[in-house]
Design a binder for this molecule. Structure first.
Ligand code: MN
Length: 253
C-alpha cells in the first residue's frame, strides 16, 4: 500500500506530521502539502501561474499552491509511481456540516478521488483554537486504513472523518453520519489598516443549527468518531423533473 498524504494547514502542521508518522508504520507514504496555511481553499486549482515543488526541511514535499494543486501535481507527475490511496489531514479543527464546501482538507481528498483514488479527509474537531489529541485522530486513520482494505470505497465517493479532541481511550466508537448544517456565517469584521484604509476579516462560521442525532455534529459532540460518506456528484436528481416543468422548452427570442 502506497499512500499520498496532503493537508490544507501547510507542510509544517502538527496534524500532518502526526498522521504521517502513524500511517508510515503501516504503509509506504509520500507527503505533498502546501508551503503555507491554505485552509478554506476549497477545490481551487492554480491555472494562471506555474507551481514550484521543493523538499522541506522535514522531508515533506512543499508546493506553493493549494491543497488541490498538491494532490493534482503529486498524482499526475510529481510522484514516480501512482499512490493507491489519498489521506488528507489531520486538519486543525473540525470539517462539519457546511464546512465541507470550503474545506481544503476535503478538497484534497476530493482531488484524489477525481483522479481515481480512494480518499479520506480527516479532521480533529475541538471546541477552541487549542487542539491536543492529534494522536487520537492518527490512530483513527490507521483503523480506517485497515478497514478500507477489506471494504473498498465506491467510486465517486470519499469519507469525511471528524475525530473529537479527546484521548484515544475516551472515544466511544464510530458512527456513520450525515452532514449537519450551520446557521449562516457571523458578519464580516471591519477594521482599518495603519494608513486608515478600511479592511475586512471574514467572520467565524455560524453556530450549529441542524445538529441532532444522526449528524456529524452530534457524533463528535457525544464522543464518537463521525464518518460521513460524501458523493462527488452534486446533482439533486429528484428535482430534475420539477425543473423541467417551468424551464422554457424552446428559445423564442
Ligand atoms: Mn485547515
Amino acid at each position: 500500500m502506497y499512500i499520498l498524504l496532503s493537508n490544507d494547514d501547510g507542510y509544517l502542521a502538527e496534524g500532518l506530521s502526526t498522521l504521517a508518522k502513524a500511517l508510515s508504520q503501516h504503509a509506504e507514504i509520500a507527503v505533498v502539502a502546501p508551503d503555507k496555511n491554505r485552509s478554506a481553499a476549497s477545490n481551487s486549482l492554480t491555472l494562471e501561474m506555474p507551481l514550484r515543488a521543493s523538499l522541506g526541511e522535514n522531508g515533506f514535499t512543499k508546493v506553493d499552491g493549494t491543497p488541490t494543486d498538491c494532490v493534482h501535481l503529486a498524482i499526475t507527475g510529481l510522484l514516480e509511481k501512482e499512490p493507491d490511496m489519498v489521506f488528507a489531514g489531520i486538519n486543525h479543527g473540525g470539517n462539519l456540516g457546511d464546512d465541507v464546501l470550503y474545506s481544503g482538507t476535503v478538497a484534497a481528498a476530493t482531488e484524489g478521488r477525481y483522479l481515481g483514488l480512494p480518499a479520506v479527509a480527516i479532521s480533529l474537531a475541538g471546541s477552541g483554537e487549542e487542539l491536543t489529541h492529534f494522536e487520537t485522530a492518527a490512530q483513527v486513520a490507521v483503523t480506517l486504513l485497515k478497514q478500507l482494505i477489506d471494504n473498498p470505497l465506491p467510486k465517486d465517493s470519499i469519507l469525511n472523518v471528524n475525530v473529537p479532541d479527546i484521548p484515544l481511550k475516551a472515544l466511544k466508537g464510530y458512527k456513520a453520519t450525515r452532514l449537519g448544517q450551520r446557521h449562516k456565517s457571523e458578519p464580516v469584521i471591519k477594521g482599518t489598516d495603519p494608513r486608515g484604509r478600511l479592511l475586512y476579516w471574514v467572520g467565524p462560521p455560524g453556530a450549529e443549527q441542524d445538529a441532532g442525532p444522526g449528524t456529524d455534529f452530534h457524533a463528535v459532540s457525544t464522543g464518537y468518531v463521525s464518518v460521513t460518506p460524501l458523493q462527488l456528484d452534486l446533482t439533486w436528481y429528484d428535482r430534475i423533473e420539477e425543473l423541467n416543468t417551468w424551464l422554457p422548452k424552446e428559445n423564442n427570442v
